[in-house]
Design a protein around this ligand. Structure first.
Ligand SMILES: [Zn+2]
Length: 310
């Protein structure tokens, strides 16, 4: 039984995994890759991979290749070509021009410091100032931001965090396209209609949905899965020294990721990766996945052991 196939009877399911090539994959990224892969395959869908390398200075030379090798070692095979954000700058500019023509964008010259001084949430100070786009940030007017949506795992969600509902920056002052812009433009360009990702991105969904509405596009469905954390509020990440995945232990890595996602019953019953993945595809259902924002894992090991803490 799949509870996430309701509105895609004609359209092919298209999902994706979108890592940033800022370093090798770790246990936390494997969980996101595996969950999106299993959801796509269980729905007979496509699974795409996209390199989120828009922030070039943060990217590490060769990290994209190592990420792809790691996916192959774990037999998470993607469909089609890998899309690189750094090659889509014209797409992002085209959408900005469209939004400027709709008068849905405005230029803002406020610094982070100025915004902090007025309480930390941007109040739309530059909306009526008609500043030139060049050399300034571009923000989306969010008069009536989307605040409610239904998450396929977590159910009805209401976003009330004022930071998530302020006029979103789509292009920074230094010219860099923002995550909120590129993720939506890429997903539209790639026909992505189902997104499975970590719940650390739950609140940003409000900005994404507001942008879909402004562009007149149908948004994808969203499934936000728990993230692996080393302690409460500390997501496992490169910044807190998550250990990179060892490709030689791909089977064990996948078993641990499946346990994390609530599939302990099948995790230890298969001794080849393909048998394990096939069993996981057959067993995939949302009511097994913990409806939690984070699950604490062993920070030193960067792995998941049974007996979850709360
Ligand atoms: Zn401003």
């Amino acid at each position: 039984m799949f509870n996430n196939v309701t509105h895609c009877s004609e359209q092919t399911y298209t999902g994706r995994f979108a890592p940033s090539p800022t370093g090798p994959l770790h246990f936390g990224s494997l969980i996101a890759a595996l969950a999106s892969f299993l959801d796509a395959r269980a729905n007979h869908g496509q699974w795409l991979v996209r390199m989120e390398d828009i922030d070039r200075p943060r990217c590490v030379e060769g990290a994209d290749e190592r990420i792809l090798e790691c996916l192959v070692a774990h037999e998470l095979r993607w469909d089609g070509e890998v899309r690189y954000q750094s090659e889509q700058l014209n797409d992002y500019e085209d959408v900005l021009q469209q939004l400027l023509a709709q008068k849905a964008l405005y230029a803002c010259e406020c610094t982070r410091k100025q915004i902090k001084a007025t309480g930390g949430v941007y109040q739309g100070t530059c909306r009526e100032r008609d500043l030139p786009p060049m050399g300034n940030a571009l923000r989306l007017k969010c008069d009536q931001p989307v605040t409610r949506f239904t998450d396929q795992l977590l159910g009805p969600i209401t976003i009330s965090d004022p930071h998530a509902l302020e006029d979103t920056v789509l292009r920074r002052r230094d010219g860099l396209h923002s995550y909120n812009l590129v993720v939506v433009v890429d997903d539209i360009a790639q026909g992505v209609n189902h997104i499975v990702r970590g719940s650390d991105l739950l609140t940003t969904t409000a900005a994404h949905l507001t942008l879909y509405r402004q562009l007149g596009k149908t948004p994808p469905s969203y499934t936000h899965i728990p993230v692996a954390a080393t302690s409460s509020g500390r997501k496992l990440s490169k910044q807190n020294h998550a250990r990179s995945l060892d490709n030689q232990r791909a089977l064990q890595n996948l078993q641990q990721a499946l346990k994390f996602l609530g599939f302990s019953d099948i995790a230890n019953h298969h001794n080849s990766i393909s048998a394990l993945l096939n069993a996981a595809i057959a067993a995939w259902q949302y009511n097994k996945i913990p409806k939690r924002h984070e699950i604490i894992v062993d920070g030193a090991e960067s792995t998941y052991h049974d007996a979850p803490e709360s």
